[in-house]
Design a protein. Structure first.
Lengths: 291, 308
């Protein structure tokens, strides 16, 4: 290729990959939660994330709220929106063939993007908060990415503890393993569905708030995260929650590594090629999920 | 026997009227109608695989885009006459269906849908990357040619052709097998149906129409670029048209395409800034209120056959 690739470059790329991957994992965990519990692929996941990013932006713009603190508002807000969406629309297609839920959430998705365009215009917005990077030896660590990674890991970790150890978390896992048996055990399945969609949306919002500091905010910013989240849960194994973490980190690494060899344009396709390949070779995901 | 005769007579009248239409119409009118034919062909093609077998192709525009690029390249680089080049686009669609269907049709449920979605994105990036061949993001311009009327007839033929193929399939053992796969694939296998083979046949047939139509549309527009021929929204539009009319039926996609297209021309054009919001609302309404489509409702009410 003519370009010399030094070990330092690879180290840098691995770091960037893990930093980016932690956000993918966080957002995809939300999608995976919804998919695992209801078998609904939420195409509107990215736009929900976009709403989280805008919440952070406006709080910062109007009141100067610290973007990381704004998660305390963006997450509950999106939790509520998620619950309402589930209650009013998504709950009606949970048992329908996948075409219904795909189309329904796509409809929600374009409606949300259009609403955001009307309300916030399509102007690119940014939150000027943390800038610059730490330099450690030969590596540069961008401050907002580092902070985002720390928060993403903390929130993902907290979600795992919640799913593993609390009664509600266990109920969620029970419903995703077998709805009928969970119901027989006295779990209110409808309530768990509401909770799952709410939590999934809140995790998307957290991701949105975190990337708000790093990238330009605009109504269509979310779509690409929808597709990447699809890939992450396919990689990790659908319905396998720790798999989302592994899948997210792996996607971040692969994207960054391939950026050493490929142009930006082609790099966009790496995620999709990976998606199609994983589906063909190991549709159960790397950690075993359910097909 | 009376009803089919009346129906056939009506069809004949409609065909003659549509064939005579360009004689008295404006250039604009012809181009509007040719787009309607395009949507009929696309919705009907999607119906062939997804309506009949239940496998949701969430990236069906991939065939359209591939057809558009292959035909345009044949016209630009090898100077083939456009009708032949568009047939080449159809062949490319069929080929793509084999390449993608061979592995992907083994995936079930949402995984097939995701794989098709991914495929479409990959193709779009490929089209933007190979600049030397496709012109990349700058697009590809075709030599100027005024052939709207000829393209009108060609589009009409494709729309009629795909509908005729659907009719032949639905009324045959092949169609019965496809619908058995849709209702219960495991049971279909247990009855000795080679499900994979029939799914692949249906998939190939559903790739030809969009391939040809993609070529015709490229010839009509005179210019293509990756984002204009591989948009996800186009896949969704054909799905919603088929669903609105009645998926898995012969006339549903035709009806759905006609109604939604007319609605689009009459209403949407005036609210461009609300376009997506309205379309989103229509999708949600169709999915929740009439998942079986107009024909599904009529069938239940008047006890008609399910595949009409």
């Amino acid at each position: 290729m003519g370009v010399l690739i030094t070990p330092a470059m690879i180290g840098q790329v691995v770091i960037s990959g893990l930093l980016a991957g932690s956000i993918y994992a966080l957002v995809a965990l939300g999608l995976g939660l919804i998919f695992g519990v209801m078998r609904v692929l939420n195409v509107a996941h990215g736009p929900l994330m976009m709403l989280g990013a805008y919440t952070t932006f406006w709080l910062f713009q109007w009141f100067g709220v610290n973007p990381y603190l704004s998660m305390l508002l963006s997450m509950p807000l999106l939790f509520l929106i998620g619950v309402v969406l589930q209650r009013v629309l998504v709950s009606r297609v949970v048992d329908a063939p996948e075409l219904s839920s795909l189309l329904l959430t796509f409809g929600i998705s374009i409606a949300l993007v259009n609403l955001a365009q009307l309300a916030f215009t399509s102007d690119l917005r940014s939150v000027e908060f943390l800038t610059g990077s730490f330099v450690v030896g030969p590596f540069a660590l961008s401050k907002p990415r580092l902070a985002a990674c720390a928060f993403a890991v903390a929130i993902t970790g907290a979600s795992f503890v919640f799913l593993r150890s609390t009664r509600l978390g266990k109920a969620i896992r029970a419903v995703s393993q077998s709805r009928e048996v969970a119901q027989v055990c006295g779990i209110d399945v409808q309530r768990i569905h509401l909770l799952a969609f709410g939590l999934g949306s809140a995790l998307a919002a957290a991701g949105g708030s975190l990337v708000a500091v790093m990238v330009a905010i605009q109504p269509e910013m979310g779509q690409v995260y929808t597709f990447k989240s699809f890939l992450v849960i396919v990689l990790g194994g659908a319905g396998n929650y720790p798999g989302a973490l592994l899948g997210g980190l792996l996607l971040g690494l692969v994207e960054q590594l391939s950026s050493l060899f490929l142009t930006t344009q082609v790099n966009e396709a790496v995620a999709y090629v990976l998606l199609v390949l994983v589906l063909l070779i190991r549709p159960t995901g790397l950690l075993k999920g359910r097909v | 026997m009376k009803r089919p005769v009346v129906f056939a007579a009506l069809l004949l009248v409609a065909a003659v009227a549509l064939a005579a239409y360009p004689l008295g119409a404006t250039g604009y009118g012809v181009r509007v109608m040719l787009q309607l034919f395009m949507w009929v062909a696309l919705a009907q093609s999607w119906n062939l695989i997804s309506g009949l077998t239940g496998y949701v192709s969430f990236g069906h525009v991939a065939f359209f885009g591939t057809g558009a690029y292959v035909s345009s390249l044949l016209i630009v680089k090898t100077a083939w006459p456009w009708p032949l080049a568009c047939l080449g686009g159809g062949l490319a669609g069929a080929l793509l269906a084999v390449i993608m269907g061979w592995p992907c049709l083994r995936l079930r449920g949402p995984y097939f849908a995701i794989a098709m979605l991914g495929l479409n994105e990959v193709l779009r990036v490929i089209a933007s990357y190979y600049e030397g061949l496709t012109g990349g993001g700058n697009g590809l311009s075709l030599p100027t040619l005024d052939a709207s009327v000829a393209i009108y007839y060609a589009m009409g033929l494709v729309a009629a052709g795909v509908t005729a193929v659907t009719y032949l399939i639905v009324t045959s053992r092949f169609g019965l097998r496809l619908m058995t796969i849709r209702e219960d694939e495991i049971a279909a296998e247990a009855m000795g149906i080679d499900t994979f083979r029939y799914k692949l046949y249906a998939f190939i047939l559903s790739g030809i129409g969009p391939g040809i139509v993609g070529g015709l549309s490229a010839r009509d527009q005179g210019y293509i670029e990756p984002i204009s021929v591989f948009p996800l929204i186009m896949t969704i539009t054909m799905i919603v048209m088929a669903l609105f009319g009645g998926k898995g039926t012969i006339w549903g996609p035709v009806l759905g395409a006609a109604v939604l297209f007319a609605f689009q021309e009459a209403v949407w054009a005036r609210f461009t800034y609300l376009h997506q919001l309205l379309f989103g609302a229509i999708i949600v309404a169709v999915v929740l209120l009439m998942p079986r489509g107009i024909l599904g409702v009529l069938q239940q009410k008047y006890n008609l056959p399910r595949t009409i």
